[in-house]
Design a binder for this molecule. Sequence first.
Ligand SMILES: Cc1ncc(C[n+]2csc(CCOP(=O)(O)OP(=O)(O)O)c2C)c(N)n1
Ligand SMILES: [Mg+2]
Length: 616
Amino acid sequence: MSKTIRLTMAQALTRFLSRQVTEIDGKKVPIFGGVWAIFGHGNVAGIGEALYEVRDELPTFRAHNEQAMAHAAIAYAKANFRRRFMAATSSIGPGALNMVTAAALAHVNRLPVLFLPGDVFANRIPDPVLQQAEDFSDGTATVNDCFRPVSRYFDRITRPEQIIPALSRAMQVLTDPADCGPVTLSLCQDVQAEAYDYPESFFAERVWHQRRPRPDRHELAAAVAALKGAKKPLVIAGGGVLYSQASDELAKFVQGAGIPVCETQGGKSSLPDDHPLNMAAVGVTGTSAANRLAEEADVVLAIGTRLQDFTTGSWALFKKSGKTIIGLNVQPFDAGKHRALPLVADAAEGLAELGAALKGWKAPASWTDNAAVGKKAWQAEAAKVTASTNAAYPSDAQVIGAVQRAMGSGVTLLHAAGGLPGELHKLWQAGAPGSYHAEYGFSTMGYEIAGGLGTKMAKPDDEIVVMIGDGSYLMLNSEIATSVMLGLKLTIVLLDNRGYGCINRLQMATGGANFNNLLKDSRHEILPDIDFAAHAASMGAIAEKVPSIAGLENALEKARKNNRTTMLVIDTDPLVSTDAGGHWWDVAVPEVSARAQVNAARKAYDEKRQMQTIGD
Ligand SMILES: Cc1ncc(C[n+]2csc(CCOP(=O)(O)OP(=O)(O)O)c2C)c(N)n1
Ligand SMILES: [Mg+2]
């Protein structure tokens, strides 16, 4: 018999988590950066006590909203290129369900996070407990079943020994680059506190290394043959390039073969913005430089991308009939999308092998040179829309210009929802890999501030700039208080256009009346002039409303020196967005309507849909 140790399930869990290690730059570090926790009766006595025991090795952080704390955990994993991650524990019922949206966010973005919601009593003796939903026909159902479709692995722990296989499975999912995503271990309250004789070996230190699968020989040969036949090849760099930390390999590969690169939201900063082959953003929010090439490309090497509609222009952008897509992706599900030739591999490994096999081959010089001309033209357009202005209500693009001028490309910029993602994708000039942090897989309003917090935890020496709209801010801002309390400084730029500007613009573009998006177009008795600066200041931030673009630049320069979270608020124009670049996006317009504008929009919509391809 091996030696055992008697612990509660919760003690075994936290002890196990604290012994999981990874190696970064040759140094061993805990793979869990900590645990976010909001306690209630469902976790305070069990998990709470167990977290206290390991608080020196596995720190616990207190937040103000469960969704937000999970956002912080997810951003932490993203900023660490998925090599380190965090756990988030809640009580049962509302606390647990507050994390479901965040679980979906992690699921869509393929980011590792360990959810530890409390669950009802496994023994069912005190049923129904506070916050327990009762299913009339299913005794095993609890609200935590909502995590199932948004978890890569879900388990309910109803006996203390179950935590042993459950944690092994959890670690496989969290560390696997292909499967990677949220894991939910739903922890019955009574079982958290139950003791068991666990084998001591379960708590031995375990060192995890990033798995980097190499390509299959046949898939590689097919991809090389396709590329060698290309006249107009194009690389799409997705988030997988960053997660694989494959930027150097990518640069080497495209420089060797003379292939231009375009970037998805998740893949932006794979190459620095000023890299001559980087055409920057592609798709609905793309640059003219990238989209021009996308329309003509005959071989598209899609690396680490899910090929979501914003990238493909709802499959109307990549127009070349008979084109070949090569899906270099660690996940076969993505690698084979749209009848692509799959090249299942880690991005860096795949690029290295492709590069070696293509050695000496180059794309036609006319194609590569043509890309450079397009890039120059785009840069001139971008400079125009981001130039300074004295306008009382500047555009988002003009605010972006001010942030870029004041902060440079050395900061880490973060955003998630509203009009900003589109403008930033087009216009932000990113620096180092990972310096552009977009949550645009789920585009969750309210990710921004908590996401900034998690990013700051991952990159304490970086200046983190969070750009956010008034709508997102009002949805979830409470982690400003957490950032102040934890001494984790963020610089937040809030663009107040008094409503849901981008959805209002979408409404107008689809023939809709201005309705229920901007504050002025919504049902109200009173229309308050919301004082965002006062609101942030009340949570301990340094906050100020700036009167102009020049005022914003000055304030940002001062904010650099602050050691506390600082928020700058600027009024902006809700109706303006950047026309240059961009591409049609499929948003279904009503087929019949009493409004002439809707009927006209439907006619235009039907025409645009003719451009869509499926599998060609
Ligand atoms: C949680 C959530 N609810 C709704 C949406 C749909 N949505 C996307 S952007 C947006 C408006 C965002 O408003 P704001 O943050 O002020 O940015 P703006 O559009 O004004 O630039 C809405 C409602 C979303 N992405 N996330
Ligand atoms: Mg707004």
